[in-house]
Design a protein around this ligand. Structure first.
Ligand SMILES: [Zn+2]
Length: 242
């Protein structure tokens, strides 16, 4: 109750009142110029990353659609494959970038202390593995590339190829693995409240701007400058539509 009473004056202080009508023109013009400048800078940075090959938009054999001006293909941003020497094995047959692996292990242990069993379902995937997953399942389900891309990234466009993305399940409720039902599990509840402490964030929340289906199980590590650079275009797009 104490906390609620403390929150009220803060909320009132930031609420818009008569002051907003008294804003002089100068600061308004300055804010618009700053916003435009930030948008342009973000666009140049993105183009710079594309031209340096840091983001490498490319055509995918079997998909007729071309990447858009931001390098996105069917809503997914391009991601390079992590160098093999940067990957460490975190569970049998599952690999992550070393810093993401360390953070995940700390997060898993903290959850365990709270009585929650996080279970790693998928981690790093090479571009060729992603190719198999994308096209084999597309064929099995008789789907178009567009329909398939709603639930799986085309090869060269998966966060899993960076070695920073993971799919997490609840060890006590395996039937919810890779299903939207995962959002009702203790593991998801725990992650929502704690994952950012370990630099993990949900990549495809409900109603995400990328247009990818809601994936409560898919989290990406953003706890290093390299990881942040990788996901900067996706974050900017989600936050500002750039
Ligand atoms: Zn995933």
């Amino acid at each position: 109750m104490q906390r609620i009473r403390e929150d009220v004056p803060i909320a009132r202080r930031v609420s818009r009142g008569a002051k907003s009508r008294e804003l002089p023109i100068g600061p308004v013009v300055l804010s618009v110029a700053l916003a435009l400048g930030t948008g342009l800078a973000a666009l140049f940075l993105l183009q710079d990353q594309i031209s340096q090959g840091f983001l490498a938009p490319s055509l995918v054999a079997g998909i007729d659609v071309k990447p858009d001006q931001f390098g996105r293909l069917l809503g997914h941003f391009p991601y390079p494959q992590a160098p093999g020497d940067q990957l460490v094995e975190i569970a049998p047959g599952m690999f992550l970038q070393a810093d993401a692996a360390g953070a995940y292990e700390q997060m898993r242990l903290a959850a365990e202390t709270d009585g929650v069993e996080l279970r790693l379902i998928s981690a790093y995937r090479s571009i060729s593995t992603q190719k198999q997953i994308f096209f084999d399942v597309k064929s099995e389900r008789n789907q178009s590339a567009e329909a398939r891309a709603k639930v799986s990234a085309p090869p060269g466009y998966s966060e899993h190829s960076t070695g920073y993305a993971i799919d997490i399940g609840d060890g006590s409720l395996p039937q919810s693995n890779l299903s939207v039902d995962f959002e009702t599990t203790p593991a998801f509840y725990w992650l929502q409240n704690n994952a950012q402490r370990y630099h993990f964030q949900l990549s495809f929340p409900l109603g995400n701007r990328q247009g990818v289906s809601y994936e409560p199980w898919h989290w990406r590590f953003e706890g290093s400058s390299d990881a942040l650079k990788r996901f900067q275009p996706a974050n900017q797009h989600e936050q500002r539509g750039v």
